[in-house]
Each structure stands twice: as structure tokens, then as C-alpha cells.
Design a protein. Structure first.
Length: 173
């Protein structure tokens, strides 16, 4: 559900105020605030969920050691050519999240031969993104969404670790 909530938050759908005409004033005020808020990013078709990012294997048969993106967003009409999104429900330690991000980096570094026979980063064989001054040395961004649904697992986050991680509601670090 947190992934769905993330999509809705990024889309920022606008309510149909005509359907709320008989609702109490506070509901109408909330609807008006949503209508007045900035537009969201993309359309529902701009989002893909649970996308395998193979560090080994192929797109159709990913091998072990790869990541799985909770969301991949492509919305060039909103100046978001490519964005990977990882949603954390406060059930993973900082070390587990860091390991996930390393899997993303492993995937981003992976090169394969494209249909033209030239070697390029595997992610560029599926998605387009503007070239940058550094060419393929720059990786696409990964957005980490912290969904505050509860406390972090106290047993999953060692107290002796100097690496601090953002708190979730009522959680520990």
C-alpha cells in the first residue's frame, strides 16, 4: 500500500468539486486546497511498480544480486526523464537500505551490448535519459521515500552504529 500511496502523492489527483457540493465546509475547503495545489508528476501510465534491475542475467530472467525498484517514473513532460523510487516502511535498518542502494549502483554500472552492437549501461537499453557532461558516468537518481507507518525494528538497528538514519514516527535510530 505504501507504494500506491507514494504514486498518489506524486500524481496529486484533483478532486471533482461538483461531487462534493453537499459535503461539509471543511471537506470542501480541503478539496479546494487540493485543487489549488501544484500539479503532480506524470500520469498513472508514467509509473511502473516492482521493476527488476538485474545485476546479472537478462531483463526477462534476472539473476541473483540485483535490485527490484518499488517504482520507476518516466515523465519527460514534467522534466522527470527517469527516476527510481524506493519506499521504506521503517522496517529496514540503515544497513539494509544501504545494501539496497548498492544493488542499484551495481545495476547502474552494468554494461551490455545494445541492438546496435555498442556496449552501454544496461539501464540505457530500456530507458532514455538526457546525456550529461559526464556521459554515462552519472547514474539516474534514486528517491528514498520514508513512509512513517510505525517504529523501526529495534533489533534491526544496532545502537553502536555511528551511522544515523532518519527517524520514523516514534521510531529509534
Amino acid at each position: 500500500m505504501a507504494v500506491n500511496e507514494t504514486v498518489i502523492a506524486l500524481l496529486r489527483p484533483k478532486p471533482n468539486k461538483a461531487k462534493l457540493a453537499d459535503d461539509p465546509p471543511h471537506v470542501q475547503a480541503a478539496a479546494q486546497a487540493a485543487v489549488d495545489a501544484p500539479d503532480g508528476i506524470g500520469t498513472i501510465a508514467s509509473y511502473w511498480t516492482e521493476v527488476p534491475l538485474p545485476a546479472t542475467g537478462t531483463w526477462n530472467a534476472p539473476g541473483k544480486g540485483g535490485a527490484q525498484a518499488d517504482l520507476v517514473l518516466t515523465a519527460p513532460q514534467d522534466q522527470v526523464s527517469l527516476l527510481f523510487i524506493e519506499v521504506d516502511n521503517c522496517h529496514e535498518s540503515a544497513e539494509e537500505l544501504a545494501a539496497k542502494l548498492e544493488k542499484y549502483a551495481r545495476f547502474f554500472r552494468r554494461k551490455v551490448k545494445d541492438t546496435d552492437g555498442k556496449e552501454r549501461p544496461m539501464w540505457r537499453t530500456r530507458w532514455s535519459a538526457p546525456e550529461t557532461w559526464s556521459g554515462d558516468r552519472t547514474y539516474p537518481p534514486v528517491l528514498l521515500v520514508l513512509n512513517r507507518v510505525g517504529e523501526r525494528k529495534p533489533t534491526g538497528v544496532p545502537r553502536r552504529n555511528p551511522m544515523r538514519f532518519p527517524r520514523c514516527a516514534g521510531g529509534t535510530d
